[in-house]
Design a binder for this molecule. Structure first.
Ligand code: HEM
Length: 143
Protein backbone atom coordinates (compact mmCIF):
# COMPACT_ATOMS: atom_id res chain seq x y z
CA UNK A 1 0.00 0.00 0.00
CA UNK A 2 1.40 3.42 -0.91
CA UNK A 3 1.85 5.92 1.91
CA UNK A 4 -0.85 8.25 0.64
CA UNK A 5 -3.35 5.36 0.47
CA UNK A 6 -2.41 4.29 3.98
CA UNK A 7 -2.85 7.83 5.28
CA UNK A 8 -6.30 8.04 3.70
CA UNK A 9 -7.32 4.70 5.24
CA UNK A 10 -6.14 5.86 8.68
CA UNK A 11 -7.97 9.19 8.38
CA UNK A 12 -11.06 7.45 6.98
CA UNK A 13 -11.26 4.91 9.79
CA UNK A 14 -10.78 7.59 12.44
CA UNK A 15 -13.83 9.37 11.01
CA UNK A 16 -15.81 6.13 10.91
CA UNK A 17 -14.89 5.31 14.52
CA UNK A 18 -15.85 8.70 15.86
CA UNK A 19 -19.34 10.14 15.93
CA UNK A 20 -20.16 13.62 14.72
CA UNK A 21 -19.77 14.96 18.25
CA UNK A 22 -16.34 13.39 18.74
CA UNK A 23 -15.30 14.83 15.39
CA UNK A 24 -16.47 18.27 16.52
CA UNK A 25 -14.34 17.98 19.68
CA UNK A 26 -11.25 17.59 17.53
CA UNK A 27 -11.91 20.99 15.98
CA UNK A 28 -9.86 23.88 17.35
CA UNK A 29 -11.69 25.82 20.05
CA UNK A 30 -11.89 28.76 17.62
CA UNK A 31 -14.26 26.83 15.33
CA UNK A 32 -16.25 25.32 18.19
CA UNK A 33 -16.88 28.84 19.47
CA UNK A 34 -18.25 29.79 16.06
CA UNK A 35 -15.26 31.60 14.57
CA UNK A 36 -14.69 35.36 14.40
CA UNK A 37 -18.39 36.39 14.12
CA UNK A 38 -19.30 34.57 17.35
CA UNK A 39 -16.15 35.69 19.16
CA UNK A 40 -16.83 39.30 18.10
CA UNK A 41 -20.40 39.10 19.44
CA UNK A 42 -19.16 37.75 22.78
CA UNK A 43 -16.42 40.39 23.07
CA UNK A 44 -18.85 43.24 22.24
CA UNK A 45 -21.18 42.07 24.98
CA UNK A 46 -18.32 41.41 27.41
CA UNK A 47 -16.83 44.89 26.98
CA UNK A 48 -20.34 46.26 27.58
CA UNK A 49 -20.45 44.32 30.85
CA UNK A 50 -17.03 45.67 31.83
CA UNK A 51 -18.12 49.25 31.06
CA UNK A 52 -21.11 48.78 33.38
CA UNK A 53 -19.12 47.03 36.11
CA UNK A 54 -18.35 49.50 38.87
CA UNK A 55 -15.76 47.13 40.34
CA UNK A 56 -13.46 47.65 37.34
CA UNK A 57 -14.78 50.19 34.82
CA UNK A 58 -12.58 52.98 36.17
CA UNK A 59 -9.56 51.20 34.67
CA UNK A 60 -11.05 51.71 31.20
CA UNK A 61 -12.01 55.38 31.57
CA UNK A 62 -9.46 56.53 28.97
CA UNK A 63 -9.37 53.40 26.83
CA UNK A 64 -10.09 53.40 23.10
CA UNK A 65 -12.87 50.77 23.27
CA UNK A 66 -12.96 49.94 19.55
CA UNK A 67 -9.22 49.28 19.65
CA UNK A 68 -9.54 47.17 22.80
CA UNK A 69 -12.27 45.04 21.20
CA UNK A 70 -10.21 44.60 18.04
CA UNK A 71 -7.19 43.28 19.96
CA UNK A 72 -9.28 41.08 22.25
CA UNK A 73 -10.95 39.38 19.28
CA UNK A 74 -7.59 38.98 17.55
CA UNK A 75 -5.97 37.61 20.71
CA UNK A 76 -8.75 35.08 21.33
CA UNK A 77 -8.79 34.05 17.66
CA UNK A 78 -5.03 33.42 17.77
CA UNK A 79 -5.11 31.76 21.21
CA UNK A 80 -7.89 29.32 20.33
CA UNK A 81 -6.32 28.02 17.14
CA UNK A 82 -7.97 30.40 14.70
CA UNK A 83 -6.41 31.94 11.59
CA UNK A 84 -5.14 35.10 13.32
CA UNK A 85 -1.90 36.52 14.61
CA UNK A 86 -2.08 38.71 17.71
CA UNK A 87 -0.47 42.05 16.85
CA UNK A 88 -1.22 43.90 20.10
CA UNK A 89 1.15 44.60 22.92
CA UNK A 90 2.22 41.87 25.35
CA UNK A 91 0.08 41.45 28.49
CA UNK A 92 2.78 42.55 30.92
CA UNK A 93 3.49 45.86 29.13
CA UNK A 94 -0.19 46.67 28.51
CA UNK A 95 -1.27 46.25 32.12
CA UNK A 96 1.90 47.52 33.81
CA UNK A 97 1.36 50.13 36.50
CA UNK A 98 -2.44 49.81 36.51
CA UNK A 99 -2.48 48.26 39.98
CA UNK A 100 -4.78 45.42 38.95
CA UNK A 101 -5.53 43.05 41.85
CA UNK A 102 -6.84 39.49 41.86
CA UNK A 103 -10.35 40.73 42.65
CA UNK A 104 -10.29 42.95 39.54
CA UNK A 105 -9.08 40.05 37.41
CA UNK A 106 -11.84 37.81 38.81
CA UNK A 107 -14.48 40.49 38.20
CA UNK A 108 -13.41 40.68 34.55
CA UNK A 109 -13.52 36.89 34.14
CA UNK A 110 -17.00 36.92 35.71
CA UNK A 111 -18.11 39.58 33.18
CA UNK A 112 -16.79 37.34 30.41
CA UNK A 113 -18.64 34.34 31.86
CA UNK A 114 -21.92 36.28 31.75
CA UNK A 115 -21.44 36.91 28.03
CA UNK A 116 -20.43 33.31 27.34
CA UNK A 117 -23.63 32.17 29.06
CA UNK A 118 -25.72 34.73 27.21
CA UNK A 119 -24.43 33.39 23.89
CA UNK A 120 -24.92 29.80 25.05
CA UNK A 121 -21.28 28.78 24.78
CA UNK A 122 -21.22 25.24 26.25
CA UNK A 123 -19.45 24.59 29.60
CA UNK A 124 -16.61 22.66 27.98
CA UNK A 125 -15.73 25.49 25.58
CA UNK A 126 -16.06 28.02 28.43
CA UNK A 127 -13.61 26.03 30.54
CA UNK A 128 -11.15 25.75 27.65
CA UNK A 129 -11.27 29.48 27.00
CA UNK A 130 -10.79 30.36 30.67
CA UNK A 131 -7.88 27.87 30.80
CA UNK A 132 -6.22 29.81 27.96
CA UNK A 133 -6.72 33.17 29.69
CA UNK A 134 -5.89 32.10 33.27
CA UNK A 135 -2.09 31.84 32.78
CA UNK A 136 -2.07 35.51 31.71
CA UNK A 137 -3.03 36.48 35.26
CA UNK A 138 0.61 36.51 36.40
CA UNK A 139 1.38 39.23 33.82
CA UNK A 140 -1.75 41.31 34.50
CA UNK A 141 -2.17 41.23 38.28
CA UNK A 142 0.66 43.22 39.78
CA UNK A 143 -0.39 43.56 43.39
C1 HEM B 1 -7.18 37.46 30.96
C2 HEM B 1 -7.51 38.72 31.19
C3 HEM B 1 -7.16 39.86 30.27
C4 HEM B 1 -6.83 39.83 28.94
C5 HEM B 1 -6.73 38.63 28.01
C6 HEM B 1 -6.60 41.22 28.54
C7 HEM B 1 -6.27 41.59 27.26
C8 HEM B 1 -6.07 42.89 26.85
C9 HEM B 1 -5.73 43.29 25.51
C10 HEM B 1 -5.55 42.35 24.32
C11 HEM B 1 -5.61 44.63 25.50
C12 HEM B 1 -5.25 45.54 24.30
C13 HEM B 1 -3.76 45.48 24.02
C14 HEM B 1 -3.27 46.60 23.18
O1 HEM B 1 -3.87 47.69 23.17
O2 HEM B 1 -2.22 46.42 22.52
C15 HEM B 1 -5.90 45.08 26.85
C16 HEM B 1 -5.92 46.39 27.24
C17 HEM B 1 -6.34 46.83 28.47
N1 HEM B 1 -6.66 46.07 29.57
FE1 HEM B 1 -6.65 44.04 29.62
N2 HEM B 1 -6.77 42.03 29.62
C18 HEM B 1 -7.12 41.25 30.69
C19 HEM B 1 -7.40 41.67 31.97
C20 HEM B 1 -7.54 42.98 32.34
C21 HEM B 1 -8.00 43.43 33.65
C22 HEM B 1 -8.36 42.51 34.81
C23 HEM B 1 -8.04 44.78 33.59
C24 HEM B 1 -8.47 45.76 34.66
C25 HEM B 1 -9.38 45.49 35.56
C26 HEM B 1 -7.59 45.20 32.27
C27 HEM B 1 -7.47 46.50 31.84
C28 HEM B 1 -7.05 46.88 30.59
C29 HEM B 1 -7.01 48.26 30.14
C30 HEM B 1 -7.39 49.49 30.95
C31 HEM B 1 -6.56 48.23 28.81
C32 HEM B 1 -6.33 49.43 27.87
C33 HEM B 1 -4.90 49.87 27.94
C34 HEM B 1 -4.61 51.03 27.01
O3 HEM B 1 -5.45 51.38 26.20
O4 HEM B 1 -3.51 51.57 27.10
N3 HEM B 1 -7.29 44.07 31.55
N4 HEM B 1 -6.15 44.00 27.65
Amino acid sequence: MRMTTLALVVIGSSFAASGAEAQMMQQPLYWRLGGTPAITAVIDDFVGNVAADRRINRFFAHTDIARLKFYLVQQICAGTGGPCIYTGRDMRSVHAGMGIKTRHFNALVQDLGKSLNKFKVPPREQRELVAILAPMKKDIVTR
